[in-house]
Design a protein around this ligand. Sequence first.
Ligand SMILES: Nc1ncnc2c1ncn2[C@@H]1O[C@H](COP(=O)(O)OP(=O)(O)OP(=O)(O)O)[C@@H](O)[C@H]1O
Ligand SMILES: [Mg+2]
Length: 242
Amino acid sequence: MIVLENVSKTYGGTVKAVDNISLTVNNGEIFGFLGPNGAGKTTTIKMITGILSPDSGTITVNGKDIRKEPIEAKKQFGYVPDDPNVFLRLKGIEYLNFMADIYSVSPGDRKQRIENLARRFEMESALGDRIQSYSHGMRQKIVLMGVLIHDPSVWILDEPMMGLDPKSSFILKEMMREHADSGKTVFFSTHVLDVAEKICDRVAIINKGKILFCGRIEEMKEQFKRNESLEKMFLELTENEE
Ligand SMILES: Nc1ncnc2c1ncn2[C@@H]1O[C@H](COP(=O)(O)OP(=O)(O)OP(=O)(O)O)[C@@H](O)[C@H]1O
Ligand SMILES: [Mg+2]
């Protein structure tokens, strides 16, 4: 579970990237975070993960305050950043072992999870190569695998489908569903509204740092009093703000 209360962030004293937002992402749900370029999604995610400090407001992950108990809070989640260009000099397998070391994953679990993830993402033959030599999608996959290796309860994914081929994207969506169905939490940002419409239990739409809508897509349809696609409603909501 992730709870944000009255969170704001201004960059350099001028750009109000996130403007007093409050959100609750419950256990057992896939929650989609949508919004145009520059809306404040990545800034919000970086505050949840403790990379950035909010100017005001509080954030907890499974009840642990990311500012007051950063280590405890960080043990609760796995984070996939929007940029998968990490540890390029390491071989895939070295990176996975490094992540497993950081999170103290036992040798037995580690072996089983690496085998399982490599098979699902078709990365078996690439694990011996340096990440430097990977394609964008393969880098995305190795970062995902590194996150999933410690089996975090809360998944925080910033545009995770970007660059994935259809099969990997399908597998990831399947894994997100399994994770939420097991009573855990998936929070992800995306620009792919079709995906959001299909897999999210709830969504929030952010624009210019403010939440315009938060709820189930059916609720949004009721609010609009029309049976429209998420895409149409999204465009209308975010354009009215101009
Ligand atoms: N490091 C930074 N310094 C100054 N301004 C920043 C910085 N990072 C982001 N911003 C600004 O904050 C606002 C929100 O950016 P953010 O990256 O959170 O948007 P986003 O919703 O993730 O967009 P995208 O869909 O393009 O990834 C934008 O106006 C952006 O220009
Ligand atoms: Mg972003």
